[in-house]
Unconditional design. Structure first.
Length: 451
């Protein structure tokens, strides 16, 4: 390293020290305050630009007569709109609508919230992890420092001279601190003041404890070298016990990680296999027309998994390391892993919001109330380029009354979704609605009079 670069580094260090002394700048400003402000700013900016949480548009029973009247008026307007658009050949009508891809892409505030949480906790979790590793290295280096000091004192060197001599050697993570203590002793500070200041700067309760023993041993006289040697050996033993304890507690970390993985897998199985089944006729038989089939269970599962990942990591830190802040690194790992798993396995693909759904057959039928229609109603789901969209869940409903089997149907390789519809008992027009992602298709069927 050239002399100019050394001088530049010393100048930078001097100015940084002046700034720290004048403004009392703490590392938490950079690891906590700035990331939290950035995360809050991200959320505010997302909200101001139109990003929202997914709003459930359920069709459950209304609680009051005013809501009933509003729903009836909306239904009548929808019937008139569909009847007004019927084809001349009487085959029925179909209307596709829904949010545009731009609007659908903004129903992601919960995803942005996940990113904001990561932005807020990642810097602090990294800093706490680095500080703990540095603290461990310092404690090991300090035990070695005490051992070397005892060896010098066995050779007849007093403690102050021993610290000054050791400051010229490489002492690992505490080299700079020992040099600072040696400089203080050269300038006339006492051995106790210099050693206590060094222990305070190292920010270790273990080092502070054994520094007090060393200072007392130095001033009581007698076999000081032997006392410092025993202090060094005792400190090494304590460090070894701490390492053994942390090793034994690592099994709980593995257990927590496996438990989180099991939760994700169970949720995936529930949302991909069992939930589509019970959200069909089974859900209607269990809960009736209570709007349960309209609940976005996948989104709820996603929120549950993310919250459990955050809190689970904090619990790991409290159990294994005694402080919740040391669990934030586990929270970061769990949140990232669970987010990838949730968006891949549990949440519907974002591309589903950009699907197209069209009526293939079965629209415009006429039949009798309470009896399934002669023809099944078939919808076709394609992507924006017109290619069939397989494995897309289509939610089908009929208004104002009736049944659909199944309520939720998964498209096949050809992109087709087929359902059997039985309209209600009352004479009139019924609206069949199919929803795929953010796209809606509607058709009408008519119930004839039984007279």
């Amino acid at each position: 390293m050239s002399r100019r670069s050394v001088a530049l580094r010393m100048r930078i260090d001097r100015y940084m020290q002046i700034i720290r002394l004048r403004y009392d700048i703490k590392r938490e400003y950079f690891t906590v305050a700035i990331p939290v402000i950035a995360a809050i700013t991200l959320l505010i900016a997302a909200a101001l630009t139109g990003h929202t949480f997914v709003i459930q548009e359920g069709s459950g029973t209304s609680a009051g007569s005013g809501e009933d009247a509003a729903r009836l008026a909306a239904y009548q307007a929808l019937v008139e709109e569909i009847e007004g658009g019927e084809d001349s050949d009487g085959t029925g009508s179909m209307e596709a609508e829904g949010k545009t891809p731009e609007d659908a892409s903004k129903d992601d505030l919960d995803h942005i919230l996940v990113f904001a949480v990561l932005i807020a906790i990642i810097p602090y979790s990294i800093d706490t992890y680095r500080q703990k590793r540095l603290l461990k290295r310092r404690e090991v280096a300090y035990s070695e420092f005490l051992f070397k000091l005892s060896e010098l004192m066995r050779g007849g060197i007093d403690p102050i001279r021993g610290v000054i001599d050791l400051s010229t050697t490489d002492l690992g993570a505490i080299t700079e601190n020992v040099r600072g203590a040696a400089s203080a002793m050269i300038l006339g500070h006492s051995f106790s003041d210099a050693m206590n200041d060094m222990a305070k700067a190292l920010k270790s309760n273990l080092i502070t404890k054994y520094t007090k023993l060393v200072v007392q041993a130095a001033y009581t006289g007698g076999a000081v070298a032997d006392l410092i040697l025993r202090t060094s050996e005792d400190m090494r033993a304590v460090i070894g016990i701490e390492r053994e304890k942390e090793g034994n507690l690592k099994q709980y970390i593995v257990i927590f990680y496996l438990a989180q993985g099991i939760i994700v897998m169970l949720t995936y199985i529930l949302s991909s296999s069992l939930l589509p089944l019970i959200q069909g006729m089974g859900m209607e038989l269990l809960f009736g027309n209570a709007g349960v089939t309209e609940i976005n269970f996948e989104r709820g599962f996603f929120h549950m998994i993310m919250l459990n990942a955050l809190l689970g990591g904090i619990i790991i830190g409290q159990i294994t390391e005694g402080e919740m802040k040391h669990g934030l690194k586990h929270s970061v790992i769990l949140i990232i892993a669970c987010y990838i798993a949730s968006t891949t396995l549990i949440l519907p693909s974002p591309a589903v919001g950009e699907m197209r759904i069209e009526l293939v057959s079965g629209g415009g039928q006429e039949g009798f109330g309470g009896i399934p229609l002669v023809e099944q109603i078939v919808f076709n789901v394609t992507d924006l380029e017109g290619s069939p969209a397989p494995d897309v869940y289509v939610k089908v409903s009929i208004s104002p009354d009736g049944s659909v089997n199944p309520r939720i149907v998964k498209t096949g390789a050809d992109g087709l979704a087929t359902v059997t519809v039985a309209p209600g008992m009352d004479e009139g027009v019924y609206v069949v609605e199919a929803v795929a992602g953010d796209t809606v298709a509607r058709t009408s069927v008519r119930v004839l009079s039984g007279d």
